[in-house]
Design a binder for this molecule. Structure first.
Ligand SMILES: C[S@@+](CC[C@H](N)C(=O)[O-])C[C@H]1O[C@@H](n2cnc3c(N)ncnc32)[C@H](O)[C@@H]1O
Length: 264
């Protein structure tokens, strides 16, 4: 199977053409359904029921192409009125095996709401296929700052201070609340997609769930964040995207990114 390529077309139709159990990880950031009200791709379903049925279909195909010990990450956001992702999570948890619910803490709020707290997170539902999953906890650690390390090193209970220092310098295990600032309009990373995810966040999901050379599939590639992250981490990837403008953006981005890496 040819990898490291963008497949233009519809996610469901194209997933059906891929072989079973080929992907170690699936990173799916689908349309949210009526959250980005100005984007035609987010408002293409007449009813929530239509959207849910469509999601169930592409998730079933995603689970088919997932390896037995693989993980499928599904992004979801709640809108002002729409809370369809809650229903989707409930249905998917009944149809497949729930693994985790990650909170992506975007560090700053993203919407002005007068009648509630300012929303600051998105959710990432994690589904697994089998009982055992490939998960590398060491791959995502959060560094301690120098002052914290020095404070912890004063703890008299530890006899082997070199071992203690090495342990602290490795950083602490990440929790399932991943704090990664969302991309601002002026961010250098921004490349013209209204829902572009930070590459640092996607790298964390790929790093914990795959080894070098494993295949990562993104059925809704957008600006190519998953492909760029996979390329940086030495994983194989396949991305599906139906909008030709976004495909062009992703291709340009991936070419620039691979240039950057071959020069460094
Ligand atoms: C939330 S965005 C993904 C953004 C991406 N994670 C990024 O960082 O750039 C969802 C994407 O799905 C695409 N899309 C919508 N319906 C699709 C379909 N049926 N098949 C494939 N792609 C689709 C949209 O064009 C949009 O780029």
């Amino acid at each position: 199977m040819k990898t490291n390529r963008i497949i233009p077309g519809d996610a469901l139709a194209e997933l059906k053409k891929l072989p079973a159990a080929c992907a170690q990880s699936i990173i799916a950031d689908p349309p949210y359904f009526n959250v980005l009200e100005d984007e035609a791709w987010d408002t293409q379903w007449k009813t929530a029921a239509d959207y849910l049925a469509w999601c169930e279909a592409w998730v079933a195909e995603s689970m088919r192409v997932l390896c037995d010990d693989g993980l499928c990450f599904i992004f979801g956001q709640l809108g002002k009125r729409e809370h369809t992702f809650l229903h989707l999570m409930s249905r998917l948890a009944q149809q497949h095996q729930f693994h985790d619910l990650i909170i992506w803490d975007r560090a700053v709020g993203y919407d002005e709401r007068r009648d509630s707290f300012t929303p600051q997170y998105e959710m990432v539902l994690v589904m697994r296929k089998g009982e055992k999953v490939k998960f590398n906890k060491d791959a995502v650690r959060i560094p301690y700052d120098a002052k914290t390390i020095e404070t912890y090193l004063k703890d008299k209970r530890y006899k082997d201070m070199d071992a203690r220092r090495a342990h602290l310098e490795a950083g602490k295990f990440a929790t399932n609340i991943l704090r990664v600032p969302s991309l601002k309009g002026i961010s250098k990373e921004k490349c013209g997609h209204p829902s572009q995810k930070p590459i640092d966040l996607i790298e964390k999901l790929i790093a914990c769930s795959t080894d070098a050379d494993d295949l990562v599939i993104d059925p809704f590639l957008g600006s190519g964040t998953t492909a760029a992250a996979a390329q940086r981490l030495g994983r194989q990837w396949i991305g599906i995207e139906k909008d030709s403008n976004y495909i062009q953006i992703a291709q340009k981005r991936l070419a620039a990114d691979s240039d950057l890496f071959s020069k460094s």
